[in-house]
Design a protein around this ligand. Structure first.
Ligand SMILES: NC(=O)c1ccc[n+]([C@@H]2O[C@H](COP(=O)([O-])OP(=O)(O)OC[C@H]3O[C@@H](n4cnc5c(N)ncnc54)[C@H](OP(=O)(O)O)[C@@H]3O)[C@@H](O)[C@H]2O)c1
Length: 364
């Protein structure tokens, strides 16, 4: 079987990767060995953390770039999986892949069978998967907003941010989002029901945020860092809580990550100490045991529309590098995915529904 996949080109992955950092290759897919299953990728999830994997060249050399995926089993010699099953797995940027015995994957990303009756299978890499768990852990379990508290969520229209803000609303909090362009802010207030949403592109962000938070900020769900954090910092209340989920504004720094987290802590320290702010870093892998609890809470609400969730689904394997670069710089609108083969669960209405998710984009 002929397979196409994206792997890292020879050049080092630059700060914000260019499309030229990736190379399209072809291979033959071997039949599954004992304990393995052959799967066809349907959706490839594009997430900011993949940049770190690419820079570190995590995973086997020459393999498809890592990604969480939704796939369908074609042939199985793996216990618990049968041909036709829909699965969450980590095929990466590829059309087909083996999973199971001897196939590399990150420790906590264990393949699991999906139940399409719980929601759209694409959501298994989003609101009904790692992103739902990230929002649930960082907002409900770590920050635990209380009624009438003021909660601020950055990257509010993105995969994690849109869920985190809605969970805070359900706790009775007043929720302010921060996002990029106007259309995103409009979506955050009109579709997701946040109380307000401000643009970090505005030169008056600091003043806008102070005006939107007259009683200060009790909970900050940090996805960004940089000037957004600097606008939030002076408004943090006594005994407020901050969950550091991500710092995407710094990911473009070649040595970003640890040093920038330290720099952010140093900048915030005087206020954190003076006001007794509780700052906690979130790593979703530490909450893997809470996945089913999150699913039981979130999935029925997604089905009934009580929790709204927007996806930005691009079409075709060839679009992956461009979609990835665009997601990092904020040109996604909702959780970024690429559909690389038909989704049999969607039926005849599928293409129309999918393409309307982001009508500005032309399918490949
Ligand atoms: N701790 C964990 O375990 C964990 C797990 C999953 C995700 N995360 C983190 O959660 C955050 C959101 O991830 P996601 O997958 O949901 O991505 P996302 O929010 O769907 O996409 C990234 C968004 O970040 C915003 N952004 C990019 N550069 C920015 C900048 N310089 N200033 C302000 N905003 C910027 C853009 O939105 P705008 O157009 O609105 O600027 C962009 O759409 C990331 O920091 C990610 O690393 C952490």
């Amino acid at each position: 079987m002929r397979n196409r996949y994206w792997t890292l080109a020879d050049e080092a992955v630059p700060a914000w990767p260019r499309e030229s950092a990736f190379a399209l290759k072809e291979s033959k897919v071997p039949p599954p060995g004992l304990g393995q299953a052959l799967t066809r990728t349907i959706y490839v999830s594009l997430d900011p953390y993949q940049l770190y994997y690419q820079r570190e060249r995590t995973g086997p050399a020459g393999a498809p770039c890592h990604a969480r995926t939704v796939s369908q089993v074609i042939e199985s010699r793996m216990n618990g999986f049968e041909a036709g099953d829909f699965v969450f797995n980590t095929n990466g940027w590829t059309e087909y892949a083996l999973m199971g015995e001897g196939i590399w994957r990150p420790d906590y990303m264990v393949p699991r069978k999906l139940d399409p009756s719980l929601g759209r299978i694409s959501q298994a890499v989003g609101v009904l998967g790692m992103l739902g768990l990230t929002a649930y852990a960082g907002m409900d379990l770590m920050a635990s907003p209380k009624p009438a508290e003021t909660v601020v969520v950055s990257a509010a229209s993105g995969g994690v941010g849109q869920i985190a803000g809605q969970l805070a609303k359900q706790r009775g909090a007043r929720v302010i989002g921060i996002a990029g362009r106007d259309a995103k802010c409009k979506f955050v207030t009109e579709e997701l029901g946040f109380d307000a949403c401000l643009s970090h592109l505005s030169p008056t962000l600091t003043e806008d945020l102070a005006a939107a938070c007259p009683a200060g900020i009790d909970v900050y769900f940090e996805n960004v860092g940089g000037k957004v954090f600097e606008a939030v910092l002076p408004l943090l209340n006594q005994a407020s809580r901050m969950t550091i989920c991500g710092l995407i504004a710094y990911y473009g720094d070649r040595d970003g990550g640890v040093d920038n987290r330290a720099a952010l802590m140093k900048l915030g320290e005087p206020i954190f100490n003076a006001r007794g702010v509780t700052v906690k870093s979130l790593s979703v892998s530490e909450f893997a045991a809470k996945h089913d609890e999150m699913l039981a809470y979130v999935a029925p609400q997604v089905t009934t529309g009580k929790i709204r969730y927007r996806e930005d689904i691009r079409q075709g394997l060839k679009t992956i590098p461009t979609a990835f670069v665009e997601m990092l710089r904020g040109d996604n609108f909702g959780k970024m995915l690429v559909q690389v083969s038909p989704d049999p669960t969607l039926g005849a209405r599928a293409p129309g529904r999918l393409l309307k998710v982001n009508p500005a984009r032309k399918p490949e």
